[in-house]
Design a protein around this ligand. Structure first.
Ligand code: CA
Length: 230
């Protein structure tokens, strides 16, 4: 069974000792065109509130074991556990129960001045991720960020569906002993319906950070796309 297809329960954790915090509404929108047919599903976003001693990801750094699993398979669980166990982290959540093509919305607890990072996989790739890192949580302004795509440096970009979880093949691509690096294009070479598919970035997604607690509405198309994972 392909691990990206496993429905994952939303996981939220407020760490012991955390001071009372403000609530922020986070919206993650998939901006890669094409939807289910030719687009990029985003894996459940791993969202972390932290201080400067923690890093979810950064260009030039090697991916952590948890981020490697996100990048290869889209499964957030190990990365969530890593963050929950890390010093300097005050809040961890996954923004959706499964991959999505449109948008998801969720809330986080944090304080103005805290740092906020999000990472998720572009599902129709070997090991591309997108997200934001070390963004300062605002006091009252809404922050809107267009995200870059990054090669996580853990699996070679073969572009062959035999190595890609969207096509039902998880974690089987050849290893790449690299570091996280921004990437502007990616190609699938043997899509069964379309042959070659070319993607260009940025943007990959738009992430909105809105102070205050509006009512989160999850609009994932998970149910609709579930049948595609096989
Ligand atoms: Ca790669």
């Amino acid at each position: 069974m392909n691990r990206l297809a496993i429905a994952l329960g939303c996981s939220s954790l407020v760490l012991a000792g955390a001071a009372s915090a403000a609530t922020y509404t986070i919206t993650v929108e998939d901006l890669v065109p094409g939807g289910v047919a030719t687009g990029q599903p985003l894996s459940p976003p791993v969202a972390v509130v932290h201080d400067g001693s923690y890093s979810l990801f950064a260009a030039g750094a090697a991916a952590s074991p948890g981020l490697e699993i996100v990048a290869r398979d889209g499964n957030p669980m190990t990365l969530v556990m890593e963050a929950e166990g890390a010093s300097g982290v005050s809040y961890v959540t996954t923004g959706s129960a499964g991959p999505f093509f449109d948008s998801v919305q969720f809330t986080i607890d944090g304080n103005p001045g805290d740092l906020f990072s999000v990472a998720m996989m572009l599902g129709r790739t070997n090991d591309l991720i997108t997200g934001i890192h070390d963004v300062v949580l605002p006091t009252s302004d809404t922050v809107v960020m267009m995200t870059n795509a990054y090669d996580a440096g853990v699996e070679m970009n073969t572009g062959m569906i035999e190595d890609i979880p969207f096509y039902g093949n998880s974690g089987v691509g050849p290893d790449e002993d690299g570091v996280i690096a921004m990437i502007n294009s990616y190609t699938i070479f043997n899509d069964p319906d379309f042959g070659q598919l070319d993607f260009s970035f940025p943007p990959a997604a738009r992430i909105t950070i809105e102070p205050g607690n509006t009512t989160p509405v999850e609009t994932t198309t998970w149910g609709a796309i579930k049948g595609l994972y096989r």
